[in-house]
Design a protein around this ligand. Sequence first.
Ligand SMILES: *[C@@H]1O[C@H](CO)[C@@H](O)[C@H](O)[C@H]1NC(C)=O
Ligand SMILES: *[C@@H]1O[C@H](CO)[C@@H](O)[C@H](O)[C@H]1NC(C)=O
Ligand SMILES: *[C@@H]1O[C@H](CO)[C@@H](O)[C@H](O)[C@H]1NC(C)=O
Ligand SMILES: *[C@@H]1O[C@H](CO)[C@@H](O)[C@H](O)[C@H]1NC(C)=O
Length: 332
Amino acid sequence: SLPGVGWKILAGLALVLGMAWYSISREERYLHLFPFPVQDDSMLCPPGEVEKKATLLLGNYTRDHPLFLQLNNYFWVKTPSPYELPYGTKGSEDSLLRVLAITSYSVPQSLQSMKCRRCAVVGNGLRLLNSSLGEAINKYDVVIRLNNAPVHRYEADVGSKTTMRLFYPESAHFDPKRENNPDTLLVLVPFKPMDFLWLETILNDKKRVHKGFWKQPPLIWDANPEQVRILNPYFMEITAAKLLNLPMKQLRKVKQKPTTGLLAITLALHFCDLVHIAGFGYPDSANKKQTIHYYEQITLKSMVASEHNISQETQAIKKMLDLGIIKNLTYF
Ligand SMILES: *[C@@H]1O[C@H](CO)[C@@H](O)[C@H](O)[C@H]1NC(C)=O
Ligand SMILES: *[C@@H]1O[C@H](CO)[C@@H](O)[C@H](O)[C@H]1NC(C)=O
Ligand SMILES: *[C@@H]1O[C@H](CO)[C@@H](O)[C@H](O)[C@H]1NC(C)=O
Ligand SMILES: *[C@@H]1O[C@H](CO)[C@@H](O)[C@H](O)[C@H]1NC(C)=O
């Protein structure tokens, strides 16, 4: 019966056309052929995407290193580290052990089990002010924030979700409860052995230590120890060695250290499948009076005495943007 065969041919043709349309519509270069929005492409999450691209930039790239330092690596076995803080734990093992005994080191199951992690690394830059990016930022699976950057009263521009906050004692001047969510991981970036001591005394309510910090860290810090983690210094090492090409064999000769911001991007490259950055970048270096943060009145001048090399870090971030490893949500 011919009509039956005809229908089958027609159905087959429709199927082939449908499949062709589907595969074409998913390719970015054909997107302009479709006058209607196909999908919000920027938020798709191709598993392994960042991993593939990061290998190009980071050479010996591996995701085998735990995000946070683990008690069993210092208690049962003595894990040797070639570097001292902030690039390793050599010489700081005892104070580290005391902190690991009272904090936690697991990646929460809700994060660990995610098939694909879309991450936003939110810098503290002035560009976030009046950006209205808050809602967009809250949509990411993982939001990483830095230091004392506030969320309270800035929700419309910076969002309110904080999965991890990277900080060190001198930058811990934030209200751990008000500026974070109940499940935010408070991730200490250890720069010196004293940093472990600060955390131990403040969490155990022991006598505070005042000397040995370049700025007074908070003396009261109402955080739940179960939310606190110690960042694996491996990520600081990779940031210095691979992104900034610092001479790791003669570290005593270099004063330069990576910023928490660049470190956070490195961390994201090792944990996420999609990495978008917002609020990164500084004003033109000629403009010494322009404030640099969205929440405080400090200028580029205040960075001059720091151990950071802003222009070199800018180049490193530009390179990652150019290679398509990361994307920017604000002008960079
Ligand atoms: C890559 O890792 C191996 C083993 O850890 C090491 O021997 C080698 O020097 C590394 N290569 C680079 C370019 O870092
Ligand atoms: C943000 O908006 C406010 C009010 O509209 C304005 O006064 C301020 O100058 C803006 N700030 C920036 C950095 O654009
Ligand atoms: C920062 O790094 C650049 C490029 O590596 C270098 O030319 C410059 O001298 C450095 N600046 C400072 C202040 O060390
Ligand atoms: C990213 O930065 C570039 C300039 O470096 C800018 O042209 C582009 O608009 C920025 N993207 C977004 C989404 O702001």
